[in-house]
Write a protein that binds this ligand. Structure first.
Ligand SMILES: Nc1nc2c(c(=O)[nH]1)N[C@H]1C(S)=C(S)[C@@H](COP(=O)(O)O)O[C@H]1N2
Ligand SMILES: [Mo]
Length: 257
């Protein structure tokens, strides 16, 4: 078979629709609208669409290209909207890759947050030490790609402050997170340092309940729900792309909202 000819059973329209949907999100409207053609995208990504594997590589390349565009467009000073406490969604929805009856139970007394990678101080943190950090709170909207959004109030310490205390190399590209339920994700350093990115220990003024991520959740109103890890057990600073639970299954890595 002539390897250079695309297999006709691949539906070019479907592939293009998915690729354009990847690019056509609100923050990127200006950039991509109607200007994208399948030919143009295959040139940009250096992929030929000759079989399923090359189509997968192509879509991954489009998504990674999209990560870079989101990275360029991310304004570290632009703030996500905040809301009045009267607008909090009650009850706030629970979501995870499993049901509410399987929420992990973390013992707070024994808990130690592991810190690794490109940081000067790798000592583990007890909850008491974390609670002694400067605390603030914010009421923001959490947006889940499964089609819901809700307003909630989270309290904790600015993540930039935590990174400063552990002596993180903030010229590194990524911060990765490992969770008690085997969930994992990672974020770009500019978002880690964003003023609204909080390492949170409370929800609605109470100690973070298990279902919302005890002992802590990284809350970023600039990112979609799946980028906000609950039940964080370990975090690390790295230049090696760490991926994530959903990201490795095709969700866009940058995941801006
Ligand atoms: N550890 C862990 N964190 C997670 C998830 C998960 O399954 N495990 N799901 C993510 C997704 S997709 C969403 S929408 C939010 C849900 O948070 P909530 O239960 O507080 O609404 O958690 C995110 N963080
Ligand atoms: Mo989600």
């Amino acid at each position: 078979m002539d390897k250079s000819k695309p297999i006709v059973t691949l539906d070019r329209r479907l592939i293009l629709r998915d690729a354009v949907r990847e690019l056509d999100m609100p923050s990127r409207r200006l950039f991509a609208k109607r200007a994208v053609t399948l030919g143009g995208l295959t040139m940009l990504t250096g992929c030929s669409l000759t079989d399923d594997a090359s189509v997968d590589r192509f879509l991954t390349a489009v998504s990674r290209f999209n990560d870079r565009v989101q990275g360029w467009l991310f304004d570290p000073k632009r703030l996500a909207p905040t809301y009045a406490e009267s607008m909090i969604t009650r009850p706030f929805p629970f979501n995870a890759f499993y049901g509410e009856d399987e929420v992990p139970e973390v013992d707070g007394a024994d808990f130690r947050l592991e810190v690794g990678g490109m940081v000067a101080r790798k000592d583990p943190w007890t909850l008491e030490q974390l609670y002694a950090l400067p605390q603030t709170s914010q009421v923001t909207r959490h947006i889940c790609v499964e089609g819901w959004s809700a307003i909630g109030k989270w309290g904790g310490t600015p993540f930039s402050e935590f990174l400063r205390r552990v002596g993180a190399d903030t010229s590194a590209k990524y911060v990765g997170f490992r969770c008690a339920d085997d969930y994992f994700t990672s974020i770009d350093m500019p978002t880690a340092l964003h003023p609204q990115t909080l390492l949170t220990f409370t929800y609605d003024g109470e100690k973070l309940p298990p279902k919302y991520g005890f002992p802590m959740k990284l809350r970023m109103p600039t990112k979609l729900g799946y980028k906000n890890p609950k039940h964080i057990m370990a975090l690390y600073v790295t230049n090696t792309y760490p991926g994530g639970y959903w990201e490795d299954q095709g969700y866009n890595w940058f995941g801006g909202s």
